[in-house]
Write a new protein. Structure first.
Lengths: 257, 262
């Protein structure tokens, strides 16, 4: 199983049961996860992303015997962001990056974001975009961060056939026609971490092709079992289950290898 | 395998031409997750500030939904404290004389209001379950939406009457502490994202005997809500209490009075 959505380091607002990397490794291994794509919570609020990315790469190398693939973060509104991108690829050998537009203060029609998509595509990176990290109703009142509006994404993706983009924590914001339109725009995938409703995967597959869903847990902020049990809650043919649990993630990364 | 009773279920969000068809689909999904009993409340469609006619309609729907599913489901009577007399009459109709086992209070009126006192007293006499939605939203509550502090006030006025803090207040780090010193208050795990650590904190501060599993399905996923207990770093015995035993204990006088075997 490949988990496309985990984070290392510390959630800024409380300690989490698995925010110690060895504990997270144990939890993921017990669930049968063979590869976990890891961002760092530090990227949300730290200004020095280069340092955060270096620590992430180091932590991934030191724990889990190859379990983690590091996904560094780049903020296109920050000075010298192209150098951060270069270090992700050339220094840390990352195969993808993870973006947090709402925590970094830009919208998806921002020219900087568009330039970053192009630069990442040139470097053959998978781009993950987290639409949110936390329910706005439970955020710390001093750090209130509205979710990202995904509306500009479909046109941006349609105009960039080589771009590979994965939306994290987006099922819930994206549904129905908007989800279908975005899925048809190009090479785009969605993780199940924030998918809700009984038998949610089954329902989502009525508007989304099964090759566009990926297993993502949002651990350790979310309890890892939530994503695992979603696979049990929906009645899925084995090939569809395998695609969601592993193969779609592999496909999204394949062109980036 | 623990016995799982789900305190917090609705038929909204389940497809079906009839209530019975919705129940069939709902129970089939619950079966995949090992849930033995579901507690239904409110109808289709629901309303935030229902008139007496409307809450009676919704409760009739719950009774109808239970028709073929008494072995798998119980129901709560939805009432509105803006109408205390009509709410008391509905408690008589649906609980004292009818098949339902408790009340569901949602967002019509904040529960610290004295208008709730006769309702709570009557439920106490009947040993009916009292389930109050609560949230403490960073983005701001609805006008009639109760906070955990509101329920703490109510519970302090009725220390002998058990009541349940729905959603643990949403912002559970605050909600759990708001009711810590009130042993008649239980916290429910439903209806917020599966954020790690909630169940551990509740067990640490309140004890496992004051924590009750619920999902808020069908709007929420059974999976994401069960995971809060399944993935918690607590003992197996504590999980068994949270999954079902605490709710069974709270409901046992009412079920015995109705001649229902759990």
């Amino acid at each position: 199983m490949i988990d496309v959505n985990v984070h290392l380091s510390r959630w800024p607002f409380r300690r989490l049961p698995d925010d110690d990397t060895p504990a997270l490794v144990q939890r993921l291994r017990a669930a049968g996860v063979t590869q976990a794509w890891a961002g760092t919570f530090d990227a949300l609020l730290h200004r020095n992303l280069s340092d955060a990315n270096a620590r992430l790469a180091d932590e991934c190398a030191r724990h889990g015997d190859g379990l983690f693939l590091p996904f560094g973060s780049v903020n296109p509104t920050a000075p010298d962001w192209r150098e951060d991108l270069r270090r992700c690829v050339e220094v840390h050998h990352m195969r993808g990056i993870r973006l947090y537009p709402n925590y970094h203060g830009y919208k998806l029609d921002d020219p900087g974001f568009v330039a970053l998509l192009d630069a990442a595509t040139e470097r053959n990176l998978l781009v993950q975009v987290a639409l949110k990290m936390e329910d706005e109703r439970t955020q710390h009142p001093l750090v209130s961060v509205p979710a990202v509006d995904p509306a500009p994404l479909a046109d941006l993706i349609a105009a960039r056939p080589k771009l590979r983009l994965m939306v994290l924590n987006g099922l819930g914001i994206l549904r129905g026609e908007a989800l279908t339109k975005l899925a048809r725009s190009g090479q785009v995938w969605f993780d199940i971490a924030m998918l809700e409703g009984v038998a949610g995967i089954e329902k989502t597959l009525s508007v989304l092709p099964s090759n566009r869903l990926a297993f993502g847990s949002h651990a350790p902020f979310f309890i890892h079992e939530a994503a695992v049990l979603k696979l049990q809650e929906s009645e899925l043919p084995q090939p569809v289950r395998d695609a969601i649990a592993r193969e779609n993630a592999q496909a999204s990364l394949a062109a980036a290898s | 395998m623990p016995t799982i009773w789900d305190l917090h279920c609705h038929l909204s969000g389940v497809e079906g031409r009839t209530l019975d068809e919705r129940m069939g689909k709902f129970v089939a999904i619950a079966d995949r997750m090992g849930i033995a009993r579901v507690i239904l409340s409110m109808g289709v469609p629901w309303s935030q500030n229902p008139t007496p006619d409307d809450f009676r309609r919704q409760n009739d729907q719950v009774v109808e939904a239970l028709t073929h599913w008494h072995h798998r489901a119980f129901g709560l009577a939805y009432i509105n404290p803006h109408y205390p007399e009509e709410s008391l009459a509905e408690i008589e109709r649906m609980i004292a004389q009818g098949p339902l086992v408790g009340i569901k209070l949602w967002v019509a009126r904040r529960c610290k209001d004295a208008a709730l006192d006769p309702i709570i007293r009557r439920c106490g006499e009947l040993q009916a379950l009292i389930f109050q939605h609560t949230w403490l939203k960073t983005t701001g509550n609805l006008e009639g939406e109760s906070t955990p502090f509101d329920l703490a006030e109510l519970a302090a006025r009725h220390p002998a009457v058990p009541m349940i803090l729905g959603h643990a207040g949403g912002n559970w780090e605050l909600g759990i502490r708001a009711v810590r010193g009130l042993p008649n208050v239980y916290v429910e795990t439903a209806g917020f994202d599966p954020t790690a650590g909630m169940v551990e904190l509740a067990v640490q501060e309140l004890g496992a005997n004051r924590v009750i599993y619920g999902s808020d399905a069908a709007g929420r996923s059974f999976a994401s809500q069960l995971a809060k207990v399944a993935g918690a770093k607590i003992s197996v015995a504590d999980k068994e209490q949270i999954y079902g035993r605490n709710l069974q204990r709270l409901l046992s006088p009412m079920l015995a009075a109705k001649g229902i075997k759990p």
